[in-house]
Design a protein around this ligand. Sequence first.
Ligand code: GTP
Ligand code: MG
Length: 219
Amino acid sequence: MASAGDPPAGPRDAADQNFDYMFKLLLIGNSSVGKTSFLFRYADDSFTPAFVSTVGIDFKVKTVYRHDKRIKLQIWDTAGQERYRTITTAYYRGAMGFLLMYDISNQESFAAVQDWATQIKTYSWDNAQVILVGNKCDLEDERVVPTEDGQRLADDLGFEFFEASAKENINVKQVFERLVDVICEKMNESLEPSSSPGSNGKGPTVGDTPAPQPSSCSC
Ligand code: GTP
Ligand code: MG
């Protein structure tokens, strides 16, 4: 487990200094919604049905190419269990993006989204970008949270919204790519408010940002 103040050492990728930007991202949400599974699917393309609840906080590093820029993602996977809340909220500061996750087959995890959003407001930067993710959309038979309810809540909170499945690999890459894109867009807005995006080659070029993926999965 990584601890506060640790450099992002460990994974081979972590020592690589050859990047244009580094984005710190956080996965938050109730225990068992699938945060760790989501990260493992994205970073390692693996999935395990066994539930090993995260203790405290962990991270993975992944480098992606977006808009001709090499972007190193430092992705922190937080424990959903209440008893780790003091540790995990300490990591909100400096995060540029959040994936706030619930489980579409678990009403309680959806009801908790508002509280998680409040935690973000309380502990993170004002301009941190947030995507609401309804995970486990492969469990259609067990669905208790309609897609429209997720979309409405996301609209109310000012977040983008996706349904996804770490198990079936639905919308996992798309969610991370969209989060990177909205962070790039925000960066461009604040760094170059008067120039066209990417016109001087200094910022990420977002003019060719692809349209967002459909917010709900096809399963
Ligand atoms: P904490 O670490 O306690 O906060 O939980 P977590 O949010 O990291 O949950 P985790 O990724 O450990 O997943 C919990 C359980 O849900 C595991 O048994 C996973 O296999 C399962 N799971 C995760 N994602 C999916 C999914 O997309 N579909 C299905 N059917 N199961 C999933
Ligand atoms: Mg976990």
